[in-house]
Design a protein around this ligand. Sequence first.
Ligand SMILES: Cc1cc2nc3c(=O)[nH]c(=O)nc-3n(C[C@H](O)[C@H](O)[C@H](O)COP(=O)(O)OP(=O)(O)OC[C@H]3O[C@@H](n4cnc5c(N)ncnc54)[C@H](O)[C@@H]3O)c2cc1C
Length: 369
Amino acid sequence: MEKQYDIIIAGGGLSGLTAAILFSRKNKVLLIDPDTYPRHKMCGEYLSNEVTGFLKELGIDLDLETTMNLESLKFTASRDKQIKCELPQGGKGISRYHLDHLLYQKAIEKATFLQDKVIDANFKDDSFEVKTITQELSCRLFLMATGKRSLLDKKLDRNFIQQKSPWLAVKMHYKFDMETNLVELHNFDGGYAGVSKVEDGHVNLCYLASYESFKRHKNVDDFNKEILSKNEFLKAFFKQATPVWDQPITISQISFEKKDPVENNIIMMGDTAGLIHPLCGNGMAMAIHSAKIAYEELQPFLEGHISREQALEKYAITWDKTFQKRLKMGRLLQGILLNRTYTKLGLWFLRRFPFLLSTIIKSTHGKPI
Ligand SMILES: Cc1cc2nc3c(=O)[nH]c(=O)nc-3n(C[C@H](O)[C@H](O)[C@H](O)COP(=O)(O)OP(=O)(O)OC[C@H]3O[C@@H](n4cnc5c(N)ncnc54)[C@H](O)[C@@H]3O)c2cc1C
């Protein structure tokens, strides 16, 4: 295979795929991911409408791909403590199995795809040497889109990797009868679960739980029965829902620590630059948006109009300006949701002033891009 590229992208999730589509318009791009497509992936699968217009510009019309227009939110802590509101922008219910595959098909129209894993990247003499398990390659710009946590983060000795990551996530698709336009968010001890429909009519249940609360239980089934089912809505869900897969998808060591959007001259995109708490339902839109920012700020460097330093600085500044507020709000909300007294107080307040819930949701989202 060819060894030299303008751009190499490590990671073919939403940010890496979007960047591959954009940069391959004018550059020689290599996209590397160890997986093949389509494949299921950990996610609540609520995609905010702030990126649906942009995806249409890329040639992906989500109105043709899913009829699940998610327009309202029901939040519960137990049977009698629930609150409902309209989602200010709304979103689409679409599985990562389908969405990533659509982007992948677009990306490989012009970019080259290599099924492999990046194990090292070094900046030397104004270019990058990139090592995968099978190849040694070089490029002018190296973009890292390897998600929440990867071996490459360890290799690059990134700060967040030293911190504890006491969160795990579980996802399963079910056959279950629920409102098509609704997203449910159910609180339980040590975590919360999102429930909504995806394009094939199946219901995705995806939750985040603290390792502390999970470790006292034998397995996912036991945890679902003993802890999630204390919330009456989840109890009713598990009673009626039929799993579609043999096993749930699980991941652990999820970190919400602060990261930097540029490190060692490498551009970080999506979760690699910063992971918003999943309850905000904005991580996918941020991943796609960060790739758009990367394209807008770095293409002038590739065309020789600005220096590398200027381009990297512009990317870091725009990234911070666009996402830092949302990340902070996400941290604050997660803190409230995982404290029983604060949650009770918060619900009491929101039931009296329900319009505030929309305001809170707006603060974790951006405007359509
Ligand atoms: C429990 C949970 C629920 C969520 N629910 C929602 C939701 O409902 N709505 C929403 O908008 N967001 C949600 N999110 C967030 C969302 O899933 C992420 O923000 C989004 O997937 C980030 O995309 P990404 O491109 O950064 O990374 P990813 O989509 O994770 O892609 C990373 C890719 O990098 C590849 N990779 C890893 N290491 C290497 C390597 N060394 N070399 C090459 N490739 C590599 C992986 O194979 C993977 O394909 C949720 C997150 C969690 C944890």
